[in-house]
Design a protein around this ligand. Structure first.
Ligand code: NAD
Length: 371
């Protein structure tokens, strides 16, 4: 069996999630490739060594370029802050290696466009970490929509809110720097834009409003020195889809009480479908004529669920979605692509986010083809 050498960059929240997925995927699925956890890199050499040992990677690097140059590495997984996606992915593509990059693709549309071009020229498999789409319940939602269960789709109401920045004394981090990230829209909203495209299709035009609510934050935990903040804490937008559906979109990292509220209600001429990532094993479906919403619960009738458990209602979690995403990636690397989010799709998400920022800045409707 052909071997696939994995090189993982970053050991934070997502570094661990990727490591778990790469370790678990061969226990869950029969894979056409044999995975070799070849190398791990982190800017902190001690952390790189520690995580390589603990997570089962053969080699540790503090210089990510060395990981990319390592001949044993065929696939580069990038889990670093957003501004590093561009240099790391471009170097990986220049070396002809496949790339699995965390979302959002980049910090500007210019960077995203260059990455898309480089991926096209390299002709390698790329994937971006829009993991929520790999939820079997979301795959089911898409099928229900495609099969016409809701009739003609007329409305998408989507929200992705969390509260991890709700405390105004939460310190500055790379997520607050416009050159390193891009606010709630980039951090959370990009997931929802990707989801809206996956479920409903292309967006044609947007109007929007963005707001920085807390314009300064402590420069480090507990510090009395305050740093100015210029990125969006919350964003609200109206969406017009190419298929005629209308939508609302909002995202905030200040919304008290919400921990992972990626949610939507999709209505058609014959029904409504509702989802909330905080209850990721459920969909609520209303068909015209019913007395109330029907609760659909994840079970082994869905292939993505059956891979983990033969028992209904035992529930998948966030890390299982990452394993499903890695499975999609490995199948694509083995020549059996099932249409996951590659650099083309992720570029379209960046274009949409850029249109939302432009619409908010100029306080007008923006057609996506303008950007
Ligand atoms: P984090 O701060 O927890 O981790 C970042 C890691 O990158 C750290 O280990 C840090 O040491 C490392 N790093 C920084 N500079 C480096 C360099 N020059 N070379 C090597 N390593 C370096 O951040 P996070 O929360 O894991 O976020 C990382 C990425 O994952 C971001 O792009 C974020 O948007 C994305 N993310 C995605 C999801 C999702 O659901 N898909 C969730 C959270 C974060």
């Amino acid at each position: 069996m052909r071997e696939l050498g994995i090189g993982l960059i970053g050991t934070g929240f997502m570094g661990r999630a990727h490591a778990l997925a790469f370790r678990n995927v061969s226990a869950v699925f029969e894979l056409p490739l044999k995975l070799n956890l070849a190398a791990l890199a982190d800017a902190d050499p001690q952390r790189a060594r520690h995580c390589a040992d603990a997570w089962g990677f053969a080699t540790a690097h503090s210089d990510w370029q060395q990981l990319i140059d390592d001949p044993k590495v065929n696939l580069i997984a990038i889990t670093t802050p957003n501004h590093l996606h561009y240099p790391m992915a471009m170097a990986a593509l220049a070396a002809g290696k496949a790339v699995y990059c965390e979302k959002p693709l980049a910090v500007s549309l210019e960077q995203a466009s260059a990455m898309r071009e480089a991926a096209r020229s390299a002709g390698v498999v790329t994937r971006v970490g829009y993991n929520y789409q790999h939820n079997p319940m979301i795959v089911l939602a898409r099928e229900l929509i495609k099969n016409g269960e809701l009739g003609e789709i007329i409305s998408f109401q989507g929200e992705f809110s969390e509260d991890f920045m709700a405390d105004p004394t939460s310190p500055w981090s790379w997520r607050c720097d416009p050159n390193h990230a891009g606010g709630a829209l980039a951090d959370l909203g990009s997931h929802l834009l990707s989801m809206a495209r996956y479920l409903i299709g292309e967006v044609e035009a947007v109007c929007a409003d963005t707001q920085t609510v807390h314009s300064q934050r402590p420069e480090s935990p507990g510090s009395t020195v305050l740093k100015p903040i210029a990125i969006d804490d919350q964003v609200h937008a109206l969406l017009r889809f190419a298929n005629g559906a209308r939508g609302t979109f909002s995202s905030s990292w200040l919304k008290h009480g919400y921990k992972n509220h990626l949610s939507f209600e999709i209505s058609g001429t014959r029904g409504t479908l509702a989802f909330d990532q905080e209850r990721l094993n459920e969909l609520r479906l209303f068909r015209a004529g019913q007395d109330g919403f029907q609760r659909l619960l994840a079970g082994p009738n869905l292939p993505g669920y059956a891979a983990f458990s033969p028992a209904p209602g035992h529930q998948l979690g966030y890390n299982e979605l990452k394993t499903l995403e890695v499975h999609d990636l490995i199948m694509a690397l083995a020549g059996d692509s099932r249409g996951g989010t590659d650099f083309e799709q992720a570029w379209a998400v960046e274009r949409l986010a850029t249109a939302i920022r432009l619409a908010a800045r100029e306080q007008r409707w923006v057609r996506i083809e303008e950007v």
